[in-house]
Design a protein around this ligand. Structure first.
Ligand SMILES: [Zn+2]
Length: 269
């Protein structure tokens, strides 16, 4: 599957255009013989779903892809279902999940920027790039991205994993936090780790990155070494943290996340 992101369709919309219909982080999926797929324009017509607007996302193997909101109720026949996007990992091809995530992020941005934040005028789509422009004061808004660091901390062949109060399952993961204005990634890593588990780290090095469109994060993963201090969890966000060897890892996050890629990388050291 080859996806080419774009902001402006080059052709009129065929019946085979894929529609990523989203409602509060849930995606409308088509289910046939236990196989999940994305409904196309013809399916929407049969379901009598006609979104008042569609954001063009790009093309997937030549098929145009749109994201649109679900504006009517949610009763469909048994072949269609609204699923929380994150529960579809493993059921839908990863490429489709990432396109849906991208759509989710852009719809969220679109809804939050219908009016100019400076003068209150209704905004318009900018003609030459993915942005909203105010026709009165020319203020431009781009889709928001919230950078966050995610950190593997190593000490004597062990990794620090923590349990966050907001985790949905009983798993442990590496620590993460949002970058604040005026901060370098390295400063953010040191501050977050100090705040959440009370220790100092050193030798911070880049590992990789991943968009995390729930709704608009960019995860920047790094590896670091323990430098000083004893674990003392903040008890607001982090409720438990400990050093784990690769032989005694607790339950860890699902495969798709870069958190899991960091932990898998550690397991293979
Ligand atoms: Zn304005």
């Amino acid at each position: 599957m080859l996806f080419n992101p774009d902001f402006k369709p080059t052709h009129s919309q065929p019946d085979s255009a894929l529609w990523f219909i989203l409602d509060k982080g849930r995606l409308l999926t088509k289910i046939k013989a236990d196989r999940f797929s994305i409904p196309n324009a013809a399916d929407l017509e049969a379901l009598r779903i006609s979104p008042s607007y569609g954001l063009y996302l790009g093309s997937l193997d030549g098929q145009p892809c749109y994201a649109g909101p679900l504006e009517t109720g949610g009763s469909f026949d048994a072949n269609f279902k609204l699923n929380n996007l994150r529960t579809l990992f493993g059921l839908l091809p990863d490429t489709l999940i990432w396109i849906a995530g991208h759509g989710n992020q852009l719809l969220y941005w679109h809804l939050a920027h219908r009016y100019c934040g400076k003068c209150g005028q209704e905004t318009e789509d900018k003609a030459d790039e993915r942005a909203k422009i105010c026709p009165r004061c020319q203020h431009v808004n781009y889709p928001r991205l919230s950078p966050a660091v995610i950190v593997a901390i190593l000490k004597d062949n062990r990794i620090l994993l923590a349990r966050n109060r907001h985790f949905k399952g009983p798993f442990y993961s590496v620590l993460a936090g949002f970058v604040e204005p005026g901060e370098s990634l390295e400063e953010c890593v040191k501050r977050e780790i100090k705040e959440e588990v009370g220790i100092a780290v050193k030798n911070i090095r880049y590992f990789g990155s991943q968009p995390w469109p729930f709704p608009d994060s960019l995860m920047i993963a790094v590896v670091s070494d323990y430098a000083a201090g004893e674990i003392a969890v903040d008890n607001s966000e982090i409720i438990d943290a400990a050093w784990f060897s690769k032989e005694e890892l607790p339950q860890i996050p699902p495969k798709i996340s870069i958190a899991r890629q960091l932990i898998d990388w550690f397991s293979q050291l």
